[in-house]
Design a protein around this ligand. Structure first.
Ligand SMILES: [Fe+2]
Ligand SMILES: [Fe+2]
Length: 273
């Protein structure tokens, strides 16, 4: 691992053949599966936005260590969205009327943020997203769901790598926001804005996919009222936590399994820098 703890890996993932996509690919669990499918679609457009937003402010970062970490953060995110684009092609290929249109609408949101908003909004938005994913990544890796016998191996491996790297770069957006802008209230507001934006997109994708999947794969793909409540809690707890004045990702205690996974993925990578 690099001195920064943010190694940039190129991974040799193989996208499953056409027709192999089953919507309940994470442990056969509809909440987890639809959440991650929506997230995979979201990050393919969010992460290019992250890279562009952070690169625009790099010259304003006076701390060399933070500048290096921010550069590595961008390079990790660039690997993520390139890999997700390949897997997302499989999702689109499964045929969901309206899904591509919703995805293109998301693209116009990020294009608008790049054109019309200022650096504080953009870096705040990036931090709002990262504050959510670092918590979600720790929870998901700790749950064992990505290695469940019912989890698709290729998609489980993709998410395991992505979630691990979200943990590795968990401090960068927070430190960048504090270094450039500081303060609590606007950062808290952007946590709400970014995490609500993501949740709305994922819910829209889920609503598009569910009726198609129930018709194709049966009622196991439907979400019960209890599962919808579980989804809401799964989102609101990290959102509220990240909005608190004393929130910082620096306090997370990482289990040994994260360090072990980091080393294992570096060994599997085709290159690490
Ligand atoms: Fe990422
Ligand atoms: Fe990230």
């Amino acid at each position: 691992m690099s001195d920064h703890g943010i190694p940039v890996r190129r991974m040799p993932f193989t996208v499953p053949d056409d027709g192999a996509f089953h919507p309940l690919y994470i442990a056969g669990h509809p909440v987890a599966s639809y959440q991650m499918t929506g997230l995979g679609l979201y990050v393919a457009l969010l992460e290019p936005f992250i890279v562009k937003s952070v690169r625009r402010v790099l010259d304003c970062v006076s701390d060399p260590a933070l500048r290096e970490a921010a550069d590595r953060f961008c390079r990790q995110e660039a690997q993520h969205y390139q890999q997700h684009e390949r897997f997302n092609a499989m999702v689109f290929g499964a045929g969901y009327p309206g899904l591509r249109e919703r995805y293109e609408l998301l693209r116009t949101d990020f294009d608008g943020f790049l054109a019309d908003r200022d650096d504080r909004f953009r870096i705040g938005f990036v931090e709002g997203f990262e504050a959510n994913t670092s918590q979600g990544a720790l929870r998901l890796l700790g749950s064992g769901a990505l290695r469940h016998p019912k989890t698709d191996k290729a998609l489980g491996a993709l998410w395991e790598w992505h979630m691990l790297e979200e943990i590795e770069h968990r401090n960068v957006a927070f430190d960048l926001y504090q270094h450039l802008f500081g303060g609590w209230l606007y950062r808290a507001r952007m946590c709400w804005v970014a995490q609500h934006h993501m949740a709305r997109f994922i819910d829209d994708c889920t609503a598009i996919m569910l009726p198609v999947d129930v018709a194709r794969h049966g009622p196991a793909c439907a979400l019960t009222a209890g599962q919808r409540l579980q989804r809401l809690l799964m989102r609101m707890v990290p959102r509220v936590k990240s909005m608190l004045p004393r929130y910082t990702p620096h306090r997370y205690q990482l289990p040994d399994s994260v360090t072990q996974l980091s080393a294992k993925l570096s060994a599997q990578a085709t290159s690490v820098s």
